[in-house]
Design a protein around this ligand. Structure first.
Ligand code: PLP
Length: 427
């Protein structure tokens, strides 16, 4: 028995499904033994067998610099030597908050949390508290973490498991959640507190906003008095210096961040104008708190990461994404595979099983249903390339993915595609 198999057996005895987050299991790619990671550096991870994998998971987007970046490692070590948590304010929290306010036009104040889920949950509470309204609008296939009210028709792991939402969420809790199709501007009534959207959807594969979509949401919210929330947990500090807000030019009322701003440690954050944030406790009546919020290690890691991320870095990362997209596109065209390879700035998607560009959830779901992603995932893993083990995730090239790594990826992808032979959809 290999070490991976031994650990997998033991994991399944003490962790539901052997994992601490369902997307990590291989259930949506046909099962099998996940690789247990022993260490990671730059573009690669090594499993406990010593196998090297070119990694496009990158902690689902948390590691934009690549794994174990020396500046981040040093910052965490230095912070840890001064104590890991105090339950009192620190300088690093101020610096990180200032950095975010400086980068994202419109953000006046932020509140830190320990996860993206807490950020979206708290932002919605704030929106409801500030407007005095209860309904929220979310889009089919967008994922906003696992707070009860947001677990309706969500992407990512929820979609992976084929659940419409989740057991354990009372109907009453989602009764005020209205789910509408992505890329179509909905009616926003005067009962709606907030319209939540991934400005670039990246949890149903990669679905960029259609021209006018985000602008239309802005107008519809202004008309109804609802707040507009950009969930930038993936896109924030990933697609541009000021996230999707800077890149699209549409300014929401509320933002959620996570992933990149934690530098690989557990972090989330929500922000808004200072006027809106004054509703949050202790200034206002909307309660929100956390024992480890603004944690010294997480803020140190986040600051160290952001300090590497200037406009040159985003230009370089986009060039990497362009090279990856072009290479993958050429391979699938040559192999005659029905695969779409969308790109938005620094993010690359892979809709295996789609014959045409995907613009909303039904297309993403149909592509996933062909099973081609699962096949590609397996033949790529055999060749040392790790995609996320689910058809609804995107590829996260990092700043450590240099041209050689991208070219090696494309070569292995070509070999993997050829190994599929003549492709026939399973459904
Ligand atoms: C990952 C993600 C979340 C949830 O963040 P966690 O840190 O996993 O709780 C929320 N929204 C979006 C868009 C995400 O991609």
């Amino acid at each position: 028995m290999t070490r991976n198999e031994d650990l997998w057996g033991r994991a399944q005895a003490v962790l539901p499904g052997g994992v601490n987050s369902p997307v990590r299991s291989f259930r949506s790619v046909g099962g099998g033994t996940p690789y247990f990671v022993a260490r990671a550096e730059g573009a690669c991870v090594w499993d406990v067998e010593g196998r090297e994998l070119i990694d496009y998971v990158q902690s689902y987007g948390a590691s934009i610099l690549g794994h174990a970046h020396p500046a981040v490692v040093a910052a965490v070590q230095e912070a840890a030597s001064r104590g890991t948590t105090y339950g009192a304010p620190t300088e690093a929290e101020v610096l990180l908050a200032e950095e975010v306010c400086r980068r994202v036009p419109g953000v006046g104040m932020v509140r830190m949390t320990s996860s993206g889920t807490e950020a979206t949950m708290s932002a919605i509470r704030l929106a409801r508290g500030a407007t005095g309204r209860s309904k929220i609008v979310k889009f089919d296939g967008c994922y906003h973490g696992h707070a009860d009210a947001l677990l309706a028709a969500a992407g990512s792991g929820v979609a992976n498991q084929g659940l419409p939402g989740s057991a354990g969420v009372p109907a009453a809790v989602v009764a005020d959640t209205l789910v509408v199709p992505y890329n179509e501007v909905p009616e926003v009534s005067e009962e709606v507190a907030v319209v939540c959207v991934e400005p670039v959807a990246a949890n149903m594969g990669l679905v960029p906003p259609a021209p006018g979509f985000l602008e239309g949401l802005r107008t519809a919210c202004d008309r109804s008095g609802a707040l507009l929330l950009f969930d930038e947990v993936i896109t924030g500090f990933r697609v541009a210096l000021g996230g999707a807000t800077e890149d699209t030019g549409v300014v929401p009322d509320l933002w959620c961040f996570g992933k990149v701003i934690g530098g690989g440690l557990p972090v989330g954050m929500f922000g808004a104008s200072s006027d809106l944030m004054r509703h949050v406790a202790p200034l206002g009546p909307v309660y929100q708190g956390g024992t480890l919020s603004g944690n010294p290690l997480a803020t140190a890691a986040g600051l160290a990461a952001l300090r590497q991320l200037d406009s040159t870095a985003y230009g370089r990362l986009e060039a990497t994404a362009v090279r990856l997209q072009a290479g993958l596109q050429q391979v699938v065209a040559h192999a005659g595979l029905p695969v779409q390879v969308p790109r938005y700035r620094t993010l690359v998607g892979l809709f295996a099983g789609a014959g045409a560009p995907v613009t909303a959830w039904p297309g993403a779901k149909a592509a996933a249903g062909t099973g081609l992603y699962a096949q590609l995932f397996r033949v790529l893993l055999d060749r040392g390339v790790a995609l996320a083990p689910g058809p609804y995730e995107v590829l996260f090239p990092s700043l450590a993915h240099d041209d050689d790594v991208i070219d090696a990826t494309i070569e292995r992808f070509a070999d993997a595609a050829a190994s599929l032979g003549t492709y026939a959809p399973s459904r």
